[in-house]
Design a protein around this ligand. Structure first.
Ligand code: C5P
Length: 297
């Protein structure tokens, strides 16, 4: 017997970052949108915990207990006093170290899959608390849709959306480490007053209306200058997408994946073609959102 869970990637349409906190984390106002690029996590009973991975970026995925999917299984098993005796297989389609919550998706997916496999019957609240322990973006991978995340980004309020938004994602030739991007944010912020992060009312209204033009003028990502400082070539990818007719171009999360909002599915395909031809990125995908969070299939 095995259980498979499908989990979407995310893009941040707003990522407002406050000053570093005493615990090293940053307070955020983080507006997440789940988009239709998926990892599938399958768990099967096994003699002992084992992780395998397939997909274009599979060689970059750690298969030891640092993998968030392995940590999720270990944490849930420890809470129930059982052994995490599962084979976790990840069919990976979300870019690795890309700022699209690929690792978080696998954590949320493994948690939900193990809960179903072991019949642990965890409540939604317990699953969300476990997700928050695994990482700041993991709770959103579980719930999906669209949500405002505050605190580390893990305290979520669901947002109602008035329509579907069409995106193009350009994957970069190398990854960026999230802690490194936050450290660069701190370095660039030195000596400046950093305001408390708040969600933009214009952005929330654009989402509620499902209006891509209004959303395009309201998106923001405070980590973008830090990521560009570490990875200056990303500016060329952003420029290529804008020139191809994207309504807006921004970094996805802590990058280095770049995200381009299009008016509809047809113009998303055109922007994708132009980005592929631009030679400024490794690969290009289109995806629409919102889509549901982690789901047993
Ligand atoms: O929570 P998660 O493990 O995804 O965070 C990865 C790293 O990103 C943290 O170790 C921290 O350096 C940075 N981070 C942060 N503030 C947040 C979320 C993440 O500084 N709110």
């Amino acid at each position: 017997m095995s259980v498979t869970v499908r989990v979407p990637a995310k893009v941040n349409v707003q990522l407002a970052v406050g000053a570093a906190r005493p615990d090293g984390f940053h307070d955020l106002a983080n507006v997440f949108l789940a988009v239709g690029l998926y990892d599938e996590v399958t768990v099967t009973p096994a003699a002992e915990l084992r992780v395998t991975c397939e997909g274009p970026d599979a060689h970059q995925v750690p298969l030891d207990r640092t993998n968030l999917a392995a940590r999720a299984a270990v944490e849930l098993a420890a809470r129930r006093g059982i052994e995490p005796a599962v084979h976790i297989h990840i069919a990976k389609d979300i870019p690795v170290a890309g700022g699209m919550a690929g690792g978080s998706a696998d954590g949320a997916g493994a948690l939900l899959a193990c809960d179903a496999l072991w019949g642990t019957g965890a409540s939604r609240a317990e699953l969300l608390a476990l997700c928050a322990e695994l990482g700041s973006d993991v709770p959103f991978s579980l719930v999906g849709g669209a949500a405002l995340g505050v605190g580390r980004g893990e305290r979520l309020t669901a947002l109602e959306l008035g329509g579907t938004f069409h995106w193009v994602f350009a994957m970069a030739g190398r990854g960026l480490s999230t802690p490194a991007v936050f450290r660069e944010f701190d370095r660039l912020a030195e000596g400046r007053d950093i305001p408390a992060p708040v969600a933009s009312p214009d952005l929330l209204e654009a989402l509620a209306k499902g209006d891509p033009d209004a959303l395009a003028s309201a998106v923001s990502n405070d980590l973008q200058p830090a990521a560009l400082s570490l990875f200056p070539e990303l500016a060329d990818t952003l420029a290529a997408g804008r020139a191809a007719g994207a309504l807006t171009a921004l970094l996805s999360g802590s990058g280095p994946t770049t995200a381009f909002l299009a008016r509809d599915a047809g113009s998303a395909e055109k922007v994708a073609e132009a980005l592929r031809a631009s030679g400024t990125c490794r690969s290009v995908r289109t995806a629409a959102g919102p889509v549901p969070g982690a789901t047993v299939i």
